[in-house]
Design a binder for this molecule. Structure first.
Ligand code: RI2
Length: 319
């Protein structure tokens, strides 16, 4: 097994998970693949990197951070294999550093939204959201974070593990208890797998219900999202594909056998319309969802051109 195939496997089975981490792991796998691929023939090198791109791309369909990371790494022009390898390594390192800095910056910007004594509710496990909690807590603000369990894979356990290790007072609740607790909540902060051109959010399934409950209770709903989670393809009307995962995550194989005619659906994500989102905190600032179009156009502009050209999953021109 190479680092490439191992990373692809781990992303698929969610040993590596979280939109930002997936993107950084994919960039690193591309870098390792470039290091080990022969460079004597540029065409053959590009072909192998193209195959690596396709393999990683196919692992999880919803987190836009993954294709955005892959395209950032594959954005090069080279006259020979050595030059191509150097460019890929450089691009991957640049992406990983920028991504880590973005999470840190989001923590700093987002912490301004948190007041001393606030109770914040979060769903699933988001490094970007956690960065905000940690920064606010380190600033001396007394906060309490309510974390949902997040069925079926219980990423809420990862969140409470982070929170407990950081010494942040936290409460674990069932997903179905969100509305019951919303009256005690000052602010909701969640992460993002993708932001569409109209500012809607794709995040862990259940997020849209949290947003509805927040809206009803007049509680601010904030999204923490690095700009590489904005989806250029949605500018062309494409929809973000919602990943449907194995029914065994929801119901054990034994029970599935017991009820052979029962259908079990397991969408991993849902869509929260922009009208329920008060603010998206990115590394370039706190913006309204209506600004998403401009983030895609200005920040990911080079991707737009490419997206229009390749129309589909293809690898961009890298010769
Ligand atoms: P960060 C996760 O997906 C959750 O939906 C989370 O909100 C999102 O990634 C963003 O995570 P999954 O991989 O990049 O658990 O903020 O399906 O860590």
């Amino acid at each position: 097994m190479t680092i490439l195939t191992e990373t692809a496997e781990k992303i698929k089975n969610m040993e590596i998970r979280g939109a930002g981490k997936i993107a950084r792991a994919a960039a690193n796998a591309m870098k390792e693949e470039a290091k080990s691929a022969p460079t004597d023939d540029l065409k053959a090198f590009n072909k192998r990197m193209g195959e690596a791109y396709e393999l990683l791309y196919s692992t999880r369909p919803t987190a836009v951070s993954l294709p955005n990371a892959l395209r950032a790494v594959m954005n090069y022009k080279a006259d020979n294999g050595e030059e191509a390898r150097r460019a890929i390594i450089e691009n991957a390192d640049k992406f990983i550093t920028a991504s880590e800095n973005a999470v840190r910056r989001i923590g700093e910007i987002g912490a301004h939204r948190i007041k001393d004594g606030d109770t914040i509710l979060t769903h699933c496990n988001s490094s970007a959201a956690f960065g905000i909690f940690e920064t606010a807590f380190k600033q001396g603000k007394k906060i309490n974070v309510i974390a949902t369990e997040t069925r079926p894979r219980q990423q809420g356990y990862i969140t409470v593990d982070f929170l407990q290790n950081a010494g942040i007072p936290s409460t674990l609740i069932l997903d179905s208890a969100v509305r019951y607790y919303m009256k005690k909540v000052d602010l909701v902060i969640v992460g993002a797998d993708a932001i569409t051109a109209n500012g809607s959010l794709i995040n862990k399934v259940g997020t849209s219900q949290v947003a509805l409950a927040a809206n009803e209770a007049r509680v601010n709903f904030i999204v923490a999202a690095e700009t590489y989670k904005f989806s250029p393809r949605t500018m062309f009307g494409e929809r973000v594909e919602i990943e449907e995962r194995d029914p065994a995550e929801v119901l054990s194989p034994e029970l599935q056998k017991k009820w052979p005619k029962l259908k079990v659906a397991n969408p991993a994500f849902d869509v929260t319309p922009h009208k329920y989102i008060d603010m998206i905190i990115t590394e370039i600032g706190a913006i309204s969802p209506e600004m998403a179009y401009w983030v895609i156009k200005d920040k990911l502009g080079w991707e737009l051109q490419e997206t229009a050209e390749i129309n589909g999953k293809g690898v961009q021109q890298c010769e």
